[in-house]
Design a protein around this ligand. Structure first.
Ligand code: HMG
Ligand code: MG
Length: 283
Protein backbone atom coordinates (compact mmCIF):
# COMPACT_ATOMS: atom_id res chain seq x y z
CA UNK A 1 0.00 0.00 0.00
CA UNK A 2 1.23 3.50 -0.78
CA UNK A 3 2.16 5.56 2.29
CA UNK A 4 0.11 8.66 3.03
CA UNK A 5 1.24 12.27 2.98
CA UNK A 6 -0.89 15.17 4.17
CA UNK A 7 -1.36 18.57 2.63
CA UNK A 8 -2.42 21.42 4.89
CA UNK A 9 -4.04 24.05 2.69
CA UNK A 10 -3.15 27.53 3.96
CA UNK A 11 -4.18 29.62 0.93
CA UNK A 12 -7.34 31.13 2.44
CA UNK A 13 -5.18 32.52 5.28
CA UNK A 14 -1.50 32.76 4.27
CA UNK A 15 -2.48 33.46 0.69
CA UNK A 16 -5.30 35.94 1.05
CA UNK A 17 -3.74 37.85 3.99
CA UNK A 18 -1.29 39.33 1.51
CA UNK A 19 -3.64 40.38 -1.28
CA UNK A 20 -3.59 44.10 -2.00
CA UNK A 21 -7.25 44.42 -2.96
CA UNK A 22 -9.95 43.46 -0.48
CA UNK A 23 -11.24 39.97 -1.19
CA UNK A 24 -15.01 39.84 -0.50
CA UNK A 25 -16.08 37.47 2.28
CA UNK A 26 -18.32 35.60 -0.18
CA UNK A 27 -15.31 34.88 -2.42
CA UNK A 28 -13.31 33.57 0.54
CA UNK A 29 -16.18 31.25 1.39
CA UNK A 30 -16.46 30.06 -2.21
CA UNK A 31 -12.74 29.28 -2.26
CA UNK A 32 -13.04 27.33 1.00
CA UNK A 33 -15.97 25.32 -0.35
CA UNK A 34 -14.14 24.54 -3.59
CA UNK A 35 -11.12 23.30 -1.62
CA UNK A 36 -13.29 21.20 0.65
CA UNK A 37 -15.08 19.72 -2.40
CA UNK A 38 -11.65 18.69 -3.72
CA UNK A 39 -11.16 16.55 -0.63
CA UNK A 40 -9.03 18.97 1.39
CA UNK A 41 -9.60 18.02 5.02
CA UNK A 42 -7.01 20.26 6.65
CA UNK A 43 -7.78 23.87 5.90
CA UNK A 44 -6.42 27.04 7.49
CA UNK A 45 -9.56 29.11 7.22
CA UNK A 46 -8.64 32.58 8.48
CA UNK A 47 -6.69 34.47 11.15
CA UNK A 48 -8.14 35.90 14.36
CA UNK A 49 -5.49 38.62 14.41
CA UNK A 50 -5.73 42.37 14.81
CA UNK A 51 -7.51 43.93 11.80
CA UNK A 52 -5.16 46.90 12.20
CA UNK A 53 -2.21 44.59 11.58
CA UNK A 54 -3.77 42.46 8.82
CA UNK A 55 -6.86 44.16 7.33
CA UNK A 56 -7.51 41.27 4.90
CA UNK A 57 -8.43 38.99 7.80
CA UNK A 58 -10.83 41.47 9.43
CA UNK A 59 -13.85 39.33 8.47
CA UNK A 60 -12.49 36.32 10.38
CA UNK A 61 -15.58 35.82 12.55
CA UNK A 62 -17.98 35.78 9.60
CA UNK A 63 -15.74 33.49 7.53
CA UNK A 64 -15.44 30.94 10.32
CA UNK A 65 -19.12 31.12 11.24
CA UNK A 66 -20.27 30.55 7.66
CA UNK A 67 -17.74 27.84 6.79
CA UNK A 68 -19.36 25.15 8.85
CA UNK A 69 -17.80 22.01 10.24
CA UNK A 70 -18.16 18.73 8.34
CA UNK A 71 -17.15 15.14 9.08
CA UNK A 72 -13.37 14.74 8.88
CA UNK A 73 -12.79 18.43 8.20
CA UNK A 74 -10.23 20.19 10.40
CA UNK A 75 -10.82 23.93 10.26
CA UNK A 76 -7.74 25.66 11.60
CA UNK A 77 -7.43 29.33 12.49
CA UNK A 78 -4.33 31.37 13.21
CA UNK A 79 -4.44 33.08 16.61
CA UNK A 80 -1.86 35.44 18.11
CA UNK A 81 -3.23 35.49 21.66
CA UNK A 82 -5.91 34.30 24.08
CA UNK A 83 -8.41 36.83 22.80
CA UNK A 84 -8.23 35.40 19.26
CA UNK A 85 -8.39 31.84 20.56
CA UNK A 86 -11.45 32.51 22.73
CA UNK A 87 -13.27 34.26 19.88
CA UNK A 88 -12.60 31.35 17.49
CA UNK A 89 -13.63 28.74 20.04
CA UNK A 90 -16.86 30.60 20.74
CA UNK A 91 -17.79 30.05 17.09
CA UNK A 92 -16.37 26.54 16.84
CA UNK A 93 -13.11 25.35 15.36
CA UNK A 94 -11.11 22.13 15.24
CA UNK A 95 -7.60 23.55 15.50
CA UNK A 96 -5.89 26.68 16.79
CA UNK A 97 -2.58 27.66 15.20
CA UNK A 98 -0.15 29.76 17.17
CA UNK A 99 2.84 31.40 15.52
CA UNK A 100 6.20 32.61 16.64
CA UNK A 101 9.63 32.73 15.08
CA UNK A 102 13.20 31.53 15.32
CA UNK A 103 14.25 35.15 14.68
CA UNK A 104 13.84 37.78 17.42
CA UNK A 105 13.57 40.62 14.93
CA UNK A 106 10.87 38.91 12.89
CA UNK A 107 8.87 38.11 16.05
CA UNK A 108 9.01 41.79 16.97
CA UNK A 109 7.95 42.95 13.48
CA UNK A 110 5.17 40.36 13.07
CA UNK A 111 3.61 40.05 16.52
CA UNK A 112 5.22 42.96 18.37
CA UNK A 113 6.92 40.96 21.10
CA UNK A 114 9.99 38.83 21.78
CA UNK A 115 10.02 35.07 21.19
CA UNK A 116 9.93 34.45 24.95
CA UNK A 117 6.98 36.83 25.37
CA UNK A 118 5.13 35.13 22.53
CA UNK A 119 5.55 31.75 24.22
CA UNK A 120 4.15 33.20 27.45
CA UNK A 121 1.24 34.67 25.48
CA UNK A 122 0.51 31.22 24.05
CA UNK A 123 0.31 29.52 27.45
CA UNK A 124 -3.37 30.43 28.00
CA UNK A 125 -4.10 29.60 24.34
CA UNK A 126 -2.69 26.11 24.90
CA UNK A 127 -4.72 25.76 28.09
CA UNK A 128 -8.02 26.58 26.39
CA UNK A 129 -7.15 24.42 23.38
CA UNK A 130 -6.62 21.53 25.75
CA UNK A 131 -9.74 22.15 27.82
CA UNK A 132 -11.81 22.57 24.64
CA UNK A 133 -10.24 19.43 23.15
CA UNK A 134 -9.14 21.11 19.93
CA UNK A 135 -5.85 20.56 18.20
CA UNK A 136 -2.99 22.98 18.69
CA UNK A 137 -0.57 23.70 15.85
CA UNK A 138 2.55 25.85 16.20
CA UNK A 139 4.55 27.67 13.55
CA UNK A 140 8.23 28.49 13.72
CA UNK A 141 8.65 31.31 11.19
CA UNK A 142 12.05 32.15 9.71
CA UNK A 143 13.40 28.68 10.43
CA UNK A 144 16.02 29.03 7.71
CA UNK A 145 16.47 32.72 6.89
CA UNK A 146 15.08 35.96 8.23
CA UNK A 147 14.51 39.07 6.10
CA UNK A 148 16.09 41.14 8.91
CA UNK A 149 18.70 38.85 10.52
CA UNK A 150 19.81 36.68 7.59
CA UNK A 151 20.75 33.04 8.27
CA UNK A 152 19.15 31.44 11.30
CA UNK A 153 21.02 28.84 13.36
CA UNK A 154 19.33 25.40 13.37
CA UNK A 155 19.71 25.35 17.18
CA UNK A 156 17.43 28.40 17.43
CA UNK A 157 14.75 26.54 15.46
CA UNK A 158 15.03 23.46 17.67
CA UNK A 159 14.75 25.56 20.84
CA UNK A 160 11.53 27.22 19.67
CA UNK A 161 10.07 23.96 18.31
CA UNK A 162 10.75 22.25 21.62
CA UNK A 163 9.09 25.10 23.53
CA UNK A 164 6.01 24.80 21.31
CA UNK A 165 5.93 21.04 21.91
CA UNK A 166 6.26 21.64 25.67
CA UNK A 167 3.29 24.02 25.48
CA UNK A 168 1.22 21.14 24.07
CA UNK A 169 1.31 21.58 20.30
CA UNK A 170 0.24 18.42 18.45
CA UNK A 171 2.07 19.57 15.36
CA UNK A 172 4.80 22.09 14.61
CA UNK A 173 5.28 23.63 11.21
CA UNK A 174 8.83 24.59 10.33
CA UNK A 175 8.49 27.58 8.03
CA UNK A 176 10.63 29.11 5.32
CA UNK A 177 8.76 32.40 5.57
CA UNK A 178 10.60 34.15 2.73
CA UNK A 179 11.40 31.12 0.56
CA UNK A 180 15.17 31.48 0.73
CA UNK A 181 16.07 28.00 1.99
CA UNK A 182 18.38 25.81 -0.06
CA UNK A 183 18.45 22.01 0.15
CA UNK A 184 21.58 21.83 2.31
CA UNK A 185 20.14 24.25 4.87
CA UNK A 186 16.85 22.33 4.93
CA UNK A 187 18.81 19.14 5.52
CA UNK A 188 20.70 20.71 8.44
CA UNK A 189 17.59 22.14 10.09
CA UNK A 190 15.46 19.03 9.60
CA UNK A 191 18.20 16.71 10.83
CA UNK A 192 18.50 18.50 14.18
CA UNK A 193 14.77 19.10 14.51
CA UNK A 194 13.88 15.46 13.89
CA UNK A 195 16.57 14.45 16.38
CA UNK A 196 14.78 16.56 19.00
CA UNK A 197 11.13 15.79 18.14
CA UNK A 198 9.33 12.94 16.34
CA UNK A 199 9.13 13.57 12.59
CA UNK A 200 5.45 12.61 12.79
CA UNK A 201 4.68 15.79 14.75
CA UNK A 202 6.51 18.08 12.30
CA UNK A 203 5.33 19.75 9.12
CA UNK A 204 7.19 21.89 6.59
CA UNK A 205 5.88 25.19 5.28
CA UNK A 206 7.77 26.35 2.22
CA UNK A 207 7.34 29.57 0.31
CA UNK A 208 8.48 29.28 -3.29
CA UNK A 209 10.34 32.53 -3.94
CA UNK A 210 13.13 30.90 -5.96
CA UNK A 211 11.36 27.78 -7.23
CA UNK A 212 13.23 25.55 -4.77
CA UNK A 213 10.27 24.51 -2.64
CA UNK A 214 9.74 21.08 -4.23
CA UNK A 215 13.42 20.25 -3.91
CA UNK A 216 13.13 21.21 -0.24
CA UNK A 217 10.06 18.97 0.10
CA UNK A 218 12.20 16.05 -1.07
CA UNK A 219 14.80 16.81 1.59
CA UNK A 220 12.08 16.96 4.22
CA UNK A 221 10.57 13.67 2.97
CA UNK A 222 13.99 12.02 3.28
CA UNK A 223 14.02 13.23 6.91
CA UNK A 224 10.67 11.58 7.61
CA UNK A 225 8.35 14.58 7.23
CA UNK A 226 4.94 13.68 5.78
CA UNK A 227 2.93 16.87 6.36
CA UNK A 228 3.33 19.85 4.03
CA UNK A 229 1.66 23.25 3.94
CA UNK A 230 0.75 24.76 0.59
CA UNK A 231 -1.48 27.37 -0.92
CA UNK A 232 -3.87 26.95 -3.81
CA UNK A 233 -2.50 28.68 -6.90
CA UNK A 234 0.62 29.65 -4.94
CA UNK A 235 -1.17 32.60 -3.35
CA UNK A 236 0.67 34.10 -0.46
CA UNK A 237 3.31 36.00 1.36
CA UNK A 238 3.52 37.72 4.70
CA UNK A 239 2.89 41.44 5.13
CA UNK A 240 5.71 41.63 7.70
CA UNK A 241 8.25 39.63 5.69
CA UNK A 242 9.66 41.75 2.86
CA UNK A 243 10.46 39.49 -0.09
CA UNK A 244 8.07 36.72 0.95
CA UNK A 245 6.62 35.34 -2.26
CA UNK A 246 3.76 32.91 -2.60
CA UNK A 247 3.56 29.65 -0.74
CA UNK A 248 4.38 26.40 -2.46
CA UNK A 249 1.45 25.86 -4.80
CA UNK A 250 -0.95 23.04 -3.86
CA UNK A 251 -1.40 21.33 -7.23
CA UNK A 252 2.32 20.97 -8.04
CA UNK A 253 2.89 19.74 -4.47
CA UNK A 254 0.08 17.19 -4.76
CA UNK A 255 1.39 15.97 -8.14
CA UNK A 256 4.93 15.78 -6.78
CA UNK A 257 3.89 13.74 -3.74
CA UNK A 258 1.80 11.38 -5.86
CA UNK A 259 4.70 10.88 -8.27
CA UNK A 260 6.96 10.14 -5.30
CA UNK A 261 4.57 7.31 -4.32
CA UNK A 262 2.41 8.92 -1.63
CA UNK A 263 -1.37 8.89 -1.35
CA UNK A 264 -2.78 12.34 -0.68
CA UNK A 265 -6.51 11.73 -1.14
CA UNK A 266 -7.27 14.83 -3.21
CA UNK A 267 -9.34 15.17 -6.38
CA UNK A 268 -6.99 16.88 -8.83
CA UNK A 269 -9.72 17.98 -11.26
CA UNK A 270 -11.66 19.61 -8.43
CA UNK A 271 -8.46 21.21 -7.15
CA UNK A 272 -8.02 22.66 -10.62
CA UNK A 273 -11.37 24.44 -10.24
CA UNK A 274 -10.28 25.85 -6.88
CA UNK A 275 -7.03 27.01 -8.47
CA UNK A 276 -8.84 28.74 -11.35
CA UNK A 277 -10.98 30.52 -8.77
CA UNK A 278 -7.89 31.55 -6.79
CA UNK A 279 -6.24 32.95 -9.93
CA UNK A 280 -9.39 34.92 -10.78
CA UNK A 281 -9.34 36.51 -7.30
CA UNK A 282 -6.01 38.10 -8.13
CA UNK A 283 -7.18 39.84 -11.30
P1 HMG B 1 -0.12 44.93 19.54
O1 HMG B 1 -0.36 46.22 18.81
O2 HMG B 1 1.21 44.70 20.13
O3 HMG B 1 -1.12 44.62 20.72
O4 HMG B 1 -0.49 43.76 18.53
P2 HMG B 1 -2.43 45.24 21.29
O5 HMG B 1 -2.85 44.31 22.36
O6 HMG B 1 -2.18 46.69 21.63
O7 HMG B 1 -3.48 45.16 20.11
C1 HMG B 1 -3.51 46.06 19.01
C2 HMG B 1 -4.93 46.18 18.51
O8 HMG B 1 -5.36 44.89 18.05
C3 HMG B 1 -5.91 46.57 19.62
O9 HMG B 1 -6.94 47.31 19.00
C4 HMG B 1 -6.47 45.24 20.08
O10 HMG B 1 -7.75 45.35 20.63
C5 HMG B 1 -6.50 44.45 18.79
P3 HMG B 1 -7.12 48.88 19.33
O11 HMG B 1 -7.28 48.97 20.80
O12 HMG B 1 -5.82 49.52 18.85
O13 HMG B 1 -8.33 49.26 18.53
N1 HMG B 1 -6.35 43.00 18.98
C6 HMG B 1 -7.08 42.09 18.31
N2 HMG B 1 -8.07 42.23 17.42
C7 HMG B 1 -8.63 41.06 16.95
N3 HMG B 1 -8.22 39.84 17.31
C8 HMG B 1 -7.23 39.69 18.19
C9 HMG B 1 -6.63 40.83 18.74
N4 HMG B 1 -5.64 41.03 19.63
C10 HMG B 1 -5.48 42.35 19.76
N5 HMG B 1 -6.84 38.46 18.53
C11 HMG B 1 -0.89 41.46 17.90
C12 HMG B 1 -0.19 42.40 18.86
C13 HMG B 1 -0.31 40.08 18.10
C14 HMG B 1 -2.39 41.46 18.19
C15 HMG B 1 -0.64 41.96 16.46
O14 HMG B 1 0.73 42.10 16.28
C16 HMG B 1 -1.16 41.01 15.41
O15 HMG B 1 -2.36 40.79 15.29
N6 HMG B 1 -0.26 40.45 14.58
C17 HMG B 1 -0.63 39.51 13.55
C18 HMG B 1 0.36 39.55 12.44
C19 HMG B 1 -0.01 38.55 11.37
O16 HMG B 1 -1.11 38.04 11.32
N7 HMG B 1 0.97 38.27 10.50
C20 HMG B 1 0.78 37.37 9.39
C21 HMG B 1 0.60 35.94 9.81
S1 HMG B 1 2.13 35.13 10.28
C22 HMG B 1 2.70 34.44 8.83
O17 HMG B 1 2.21 34.74 7.79
C23 HMG B 1 3.78 33.39 8.91
C24 HMG B 1 3.25 31.97 8.73
O18 HMG B 1 2.56 31.85 7.51
C25 HMG B 1 4.39 30.97 8.74
C26 HMG B 1 5.55 31.44 7.89
O19 HMG B 1 5.45 31.47 6.67
O20 HMG B 1 6.53 31.82 8.51
C27 HMG B 1 2.29 31.57 9.87
MG1 MG C 1 3.65 31.50 5.52
Amino acid sequence: MRPAATIVEVGPRDGLQNEKQTVPTASKLELLELLHSAGVQRLEVTAFVSPKWVPQMADHEEVLRRFESAPGLIRSVLVPNERGAAAALAIGVEELAIFTSASETFARKNINCSIAESLERFRPVAAIAMSSRVRLRGYVSCSFECPYEGEIAPEAVVAVARSLADLGCNEISIADTIGQAKALKVENVMRVTTAALPASMLACHFHDTHGRALENVDVALANGIRIFDSSIGGLGGCPYAPGAAGNLSTIPLAAHLEKAGYTIGLDMAALGKAQDFAFALRK
